[in-house]
Each structure stands twice: as C-alpha cells, then as structure tokens.
Design a protein around this ligand. Structure first.
Ligand SMILES: [Zn+2]
Length: 163
C-alpha cells in the first residue's frame, strides 16, 4: 500500500515537471519566433517617452528616431545606433531581450538615444568609438544608468549595418 502511494507521488512529480518544462519551452518558442510581447513593447515605448521628455527639458527640443527590435544581431551586442544618409535608427537585440529586459530599459535605450542626439547635434566625434565626454553627458541627461561604462564599444555604426 505504501509503495503504491509512493509510486503515485513520483508519477505526479514527473507529470508536473514535464508540464513546467513544456511551458518554458513554449514561452521561449513563442518569443523567438513571434513578435515581442505587448508588455515589452509597452516598457520600450514608456522608456522612450521618458527619454524624450528629459531631452526636451535638458536641450529644449526632442526628436524621435525609429527603434527597431530585431533578432538579426550577431554576438551579444544589446543595441546599435546607426547613421546612414542623414537618417538615424536605433536597433535593439531581440535575442538578449528576454534575459536582459531590465538592462535594456534602464541602460540601453538612453545609451543609444544619447548616440542619436550626438549625431543630431552634428558632433560626430570618433573619440572612444563615440563614447566621448559629450556622449556620456548626454547619456546621463537622458536618464541612462551606468553611462560611465559600456559593455560594447561597437554600437555606433556609420553606413552599412553588420547584419
Ligand atoms: Zn554606445
């Protein structure tokens, strides 16, 4: 009788484990093949709004640039600011979003917007791959976190994108 109960117990544990695993698999699957979840979109849009308000109050003007979420990134870059034919675009890496959404919102969006602002102001400095004192100041004024440090310095692209 006791063994029977134990068997049932283990069977239940196994079934629950399988359910949890399939749920995780399903979530990952949904994320990599479909558009990003609404909650992520909302966080990006809200943050952009915050950055634009800070730009308005600190610089007296604000401008939006397209934010494109893509899974075409190679490597672990979080974002790219691209400048091509006078047009500025920000690309965010969809592949690292699920695990690093907080970092994306708190640091990356303002970081890339600061690059966009430097381009817009016509200060195309090549110093430290675009991470000059002026950029750092802009990053801080736009509400970025950790503007004194950056993970990858290859996030400013002039001309052709690396993907
Ligand atoms: Zn950068």
């Amino acid at each position: 009788m006791f063994t029977k109960k134990l068997e049932l117990f283990f069977l239940a544990v196994i079934i629950i484990a399988i359910l949890v695993l399939s749920k995780n698999y399903y979530d990952n699957y949904m994320f990599s093949t479909n558009d990003i979840p609404e909650s992520y979109k909302k966080r990006i849009v809200d943050k952009e709004q915050e950055v634009l308000q800070l730009m308005q109050s600190n610089y007296g003007f604000s401008f939006r640039v397209p934010i494109i979420v893509t899974d075409k990134f190679k490597g672990r870059l979080y974002g790219i600011t691209a400048y091509k034919n006078g047009e500025i675009k920000i690309y965010l890496n969809k592949k690292v979003m699920q695990e690093s959404m907080d970092y994306m919102v708190d640091s990356v969006i303002a970081h890339e917007y600061a690059h966009a602002l430097i381009f817009k102001l016509g200060m195309r400095d090549r110093e430290k791959d675009g991470h000059s004192k002026e950029w750092q100041e802009a990053c801080e004024k736009l509400g970025g976190v950790n503007c004194e440090q950056y993970v990858n310095s290859q996030d400013v692209v002039m001309g052709k994108l690396p993907f």
